[in-house]
Design a protein around this ligand. Structure first.
Ligand code: C2E
Ligand code: CA
Ligand code: CA
Length: 775
């Protein structure tokens, strides 16, 4: 028994009720056997006991019906009807016997109508109970029951039932009713047995009790018919105890149903062997006996019913097998999660399409799609949410392409599309897929923003046509990586120069171990908002001026990013940059910062002052060879010359690929962009890079500046570094200058530029031109 509807029926109460029922039944049976109080009392006890048992069982079934849902509810409802029918029959019976005092009630009577409702509705209940595994037809056990019952009927008929029939010919109706009992019982019992072979472990207890009840009822019915045919049945005989036992067992089954929560379907699995051959056990004998008979119409009808049931059963099995085969074949080529084509099927279709292109010159295109930051969803919302998201993504992609195109899931968060019906330019379709991600996905009640990187190859690049499936896929992948690195575009078509991208250098976020700083869904939400803020230029900048020493002239400003969050208020870089860093948003953020700073610089220029400005660079972005070009383009597009720009970068970049970083710095330098080493002295310090790399400025870390007045060693270091920068032909900037005395001392030591709260805190763009000189 699994999860319990404990409120209704805790285990202790269940055990107690079962015990009480057992005792009651024992007393009841003993009474009938002992014949205490004479025949009249026994009759009354028998009839009332049976009535009580039926009423109790019907009540239990009704309760379970009320407490359950869906299909289970219908099953228990059917059992309630079955038991109510029985109760009605018993009530009529008891009335005729006890009130009208007829002794043993006549047969057949109105009560038989009630009794016969029972097997039909109980059979329905069994078939409705969600027993077995998903995908198994419920018609099959019914047909099986019909085959068994029909065969048994043929056997019974040919071995003497026809005699009984001939004798009882004058009361045809009575005969039909008495035959209806064993037949419906056999169907019911067979169905119960077949259900038992199907039941999975968690369902078995209930089905065993159910089957047992059916067996006891069926045996009692048969005994009744037998005794009745002999004319030896008297009410109050032990047969009555059999029915009561059956009724009580059904009450227990209903209580078990009440105790167990939803009986769930397991995964599809082949049906049991027993269920396959069991229905055919009585069939050969029935055929043998039936063939020898002279062929009464009754037998003919029974035979026809059995044959039809066998044929129908075989058809159902054949159909089930066919479906199973199709499913198996299909599963080998499908991604089980999304139902899209898998890598194997995609490759097969692509090979085919390439062959057609070579033969007929048909067009084709390959798109590869990779989700940015997918791992974040998995990490913060859990894998089921990740799976749900992938399914929704699959639906969106499929919604963008044509009927004849193949969409596949080729990796965790990677998809591929093969376009064969190129009725519109593939790049248009690539953009349509990209745009389909504009709307957030709803995952477990949360809005999740996803961005894809889409790479396209048509194999028709003039420099490098692709003629094989591999080449097409590789080109699409290269384009996809280029798209991922560009941060803004999201879509890229293959061009020959993309080979320059060293794939090992590309660090797509999905491969990184991304743990959002604010873990959980709050982190995810904040991340979605940050991405939005970056995309919609909602981040703002403040500027902290730097002043030349000793002139006191403003030497420039440093742009510092701020995020005016709708709920959290103004956020400082420390509160959101880690999130951007961990999730690959720094490139986009940098570009947004440069764009904003350029706009402000244009405004300052319009007021008559050119203000040089510095931006901060996230060291790993120096791995991106495209970065200098993008920054330069933004500056020159704004009509500014690039020499007004300084990039500040911490020594951390040396931890990465120094060669590549050096190339990027050279490229920036070629554009007269100044390079400043930020927080100098605080991090990685192999001074050799000062000799090798094109550096214009050192910004002395404020942790040396702040204690200068009181700590001689700090002062000595500052002096030495100022000296060093001058010898290397660089500018020295002291940051974090908080008071006049420190400023004086720095001036004494020959520091070129100072920056800090003493001179000016960071201010808004509109205030930059009115910041006064510190002296
Ligand atoms: P940073 O580049 O060293 O920037 C200087 C930080 O020191 C700023 O904090 C500034 O407000 C603060 N500061 C200025 N004067 C003083 C002073 O006299 N005393 C003290 N104690 N602090 C002072 P903020 O704006 O919170 O920036 C923190 C860091 O965030 C920056 O350090 C920088 O590494 C990073 N950051 C800021 N904006 C950007 C950006 O646009 N891109 C990148 N990649 N990083 C940024
Ligand atoms: Ca800085
Ligand atoms: Ca700094």
């Amino acid at each position: 028994m699994r999860e319990e509807l404990g409120d209704y029926m805790p285990r202790s109460r269940f055990t107690l009720v079962c015990g009480v029922l057992g005792v009651c039944f024992a007393v009841f049976a003993a009474w009938l056997i002992g014949g205490w109080g004479g025949p009249d009392t026994v009759l009354a006890v028998s009839d009332l006991g049976s009535l009580l048992a039926g009423g109790f069982a019907a009540g239990c079934a009704a309760l379970t019906t009320r407490a359950s849902r869906g299909r289970q509810r219908r099953a228990w409802g059917a059992l309630t009807i079955a038991l109510a029918g029985w109760f009605f029959g018993d009530a009529v019976w008891a009335y005729t016997e006890l009130v009208q005092g007829v002794g043993t009630a006549p047969f057949p009577s109105l009560s038989d109508a009630g009794y016969l409702v029972f097997p039909v509705a109980a059979c329905l209940a069994l078939l409705l109970l969600p027993i077995g595994t998903l995908g198994q037809s419920q018609t099959r056990p019914l047909l099986d029951g019909v085959i068994i019952a029909g065969s048994l009927f043929v056997i019974m008929w040919t071995t003497g039932l026809d005699e009984v029939f001939r004798l009882g010919r004058e009361d045809w109706f009575a005969f039909a009713v008495s035959v209806a009992y064993p037949i419906t019982d056999i169907v019911l019992l067979s169905v119960a047995l077949l259900m038992l072979t199907r039941a999975r472990s968690g369902q078995r207890g209930l089905v065993v009790v159910f089957t047992l009840a059916m067996a006891v009822m069926a045996v009692s019915d048969s005994l009744f018919v037998l005794l009745n045919a002999n004319g030896s049945y008297t009410s109050g005989a032990l047969v009555d105890a059999g029915w009561v036992a059956g009724l009580l067992l059904l009450a227990v089954a209903a209580m078990m149903g009440l105790r167990s929560a939803d009986i769930d379907f397991g995964p599809a699995r082949p049906g049991s062997q027993t269920a396959l051959w069991l229905p055919y056990v009585p069939l050969p004998l029935a055929v043998a006996l039936g063939a020898n008979d002279d062929g009464s119409p009754t037998l003919m009808i029974a035979g026809l019913v059995v044959v039809s049931a066998v044929v129908a059963r075989q058809l159902i099995i054949a159909e089930e097998n066919r479906r199973l085969l199709v499913t198996v074949a299909d599963q080998a080529l499908r991604d089980p999660l999304t139902g899209l084509a898998n890598r194997a099927l995609f490759r097969d279709r692509l090979d085919h399409a390439v062959a057609l292109r070579i033969r007929d010159g048909r067009h084709l295109a390959v798109l590869t799609i990779d989700l940015d930051d997918f791992k974040l969803v998995n990490d913060s919302l859990g894998h089921p949410a990740g799976d749900a998201l992938l399914k929704s993504v699959a639906v969106r992609i499929v919604g963008c392409v044509g009927e004849g195109d193949t969409v596949a899931r080729v990796g965790g968060d990677e998809f591929a599309v093969l376009l064969e019906d190129c009725s519109e330019p593939p790049i248009v379709l690539a953009h349509r897929i990209f745009d389909a991600f504009d709307q957030p996905f709803s995952v477990e009640g949360q809005e999740v923003f996803m961005r894809p990187s889409v790479g396209l190859s048509t194999g028709q690049s003039p420099d490098e046509p692709a003629t094989s499936a591999e080449a097409l896929l590789k080109q699409a992948d290269l384009a996809m990586y280029a798209a991922k690195r560009s941060e803004h575009g999201g879509v890229a078509a293959f061009t020959a120069d993309m080979h320059r991208i060293d794939l090992r250098e590309v660090d797509p976020p999905r491969d990184r171990d991304v743990t959002p700083r604010r873990s959980g869904s709050a982190g995810l939400q904040l991340f979605a908002q940050l991405r939005r803020a970056i995309d919609h230029a909602e981040l703002s900048l403040v500027y902290q001026p730097k002043f030349a020493v000793p002139s006191g002239r403003m030497a420039g400003v440093e742009a510092l990013v701020r995020w005016d969050h709708p709920e959290r208020g103004l956020m400082l870089p420390d509160e959101f940059l880690p999130l951007a860093r961990q999730n690959g948003l720094m490139g986009a953020l940098t570009e947004a910062v440069v764009e904003r700073a350029v706009r402000d610089a244009i405004a300052w220029r319009a007021e008559g002052t050119d203000v040089p400005f510095a931006i901060n660079l996230f060291p790993p972005t120096l791995g991106d060879l495209e970065l200098p070009n993008r920054i330069v383009r933004i500056v020159t597009d704004g009509g500014l010359s690039t020499d007004c720009l300084t990039v500040e970068i911490t020594e951390d970049f040396l931890l990465g690929n120094v060669k590549r970083a050096g190339r990027v710095l050279e490229m920036l330098r070629d554009w007269q962009i100044r390079i400043s080493i930020d927080d100098f002295g605080s991090g990685y310090s192999a001074l050799s890079y000062l000799r090798e790399l094109p550096i214009d400025e050192l910004k002395l870390d404020r942790h040396f500046i702040a204690p200068m007045l009181t700590d001689e060693r700090a002062e000595a270091i500052v002096r030495a570094i100022i000296d060093l920068t001058h010898r290397l032909g660089m500018t020295c900037v002291a940051e974090g200058v908080e008071n006049a005395a420190t400023a004086m001392m720095l001036a004494d030591h020959g520091c070129d530029v100072i920056q800090g709260h003493y001179c000016s805190p960071p201010v808004n763009a509109s205030e930059v031109l009115s910041v006064a000189s510190p002296w």
